[in-house]
Write a protein that binds this ligand. Sequence first.
Ligand code: G1P
Length: 294
Amino acid sequence: LPRKALIPLAGLGTRMFPASKAVKKELFPVITPDGRCCSLLQRLLEEACSAGIEQLGLIVRPGDESTFSALFEPVQPEIHQRLSDAAKTEEAALMRMGKKITWLTQEVQEGFGHAIYCAREWVGEEPFLLMLSDHIYVTNGNRSCAGQLLDAFQRHGEKSIISLYPVQGERVCHYGTGAGTWLDNDLQTLELTQFVEKPDLAYARQHLQMQNLQEDTFLCVYGQYVLTAEIFAILAEQIAANQRQRGEFQLTSALAELSTNGRLLGFQVEGKHYDTGQPLAYARSLAGFAGLLN
Ligand code: G1P
């Protein structure tokens, strides 16, 4: 199984402005179903570690490391002594998690694909889990959503694989959307032949329809990927050719290239996700994840 996870934290936070001026959006709070108040980042790293990940690469903007690393440094003694036992246990877990972190820097903000490219030396030749902090994932079973994806990668061998969720047509314009051929009868894994960033509905209807899905339902990615190191060669070519989308180097362009060569799989996770990357979605997700809407 992949041992390394990469978490990009170098975005500008513009969708969560102005709260994101003072608090990084990845450090916004989330209340877990068992009533803990933690940050989105902690929740995400817990998911990675519980799936078996041993090393965490966190990509930050220059100067931001101390903002994030504060989470993994010991709390002041006068606060520590007043914590409940449960909170002390949580604090100890954060210290252990911190030991797994390597801080990586994206020197210039040139997009999501470029941020990933900045981590190429830390990743090396191994396949790695990539996770975005704009979502909370909740499994239907025992194995976390990230864990299911790692297992699927292992079952299928040396191809990059991304988690996909069925999405109503009017929402595809917010997400990377893929289409291809099912590899199994239970509609879990597919070979992607197309992968498009934020298509409009007309395009999706014409090019991204999937067999055996409800009408006007498409398969979108919410930020969990297992990628092989070949992604870096593709990103390197696209960066050298200054091949930008909306002014930035996009990961989706590199994934699209993998898909045209039969090198990209999709996987339908048994679980759901809560979007925390947009203000109203974040509000709904906070309530839903905490179990207040049941
Ligand atoms: C990114 C990806 C997109 C994906 C989305 C999930 O977009 O480029 O493919 O669907 O995350 O949140 P962004 O949120 O950076 O605009």
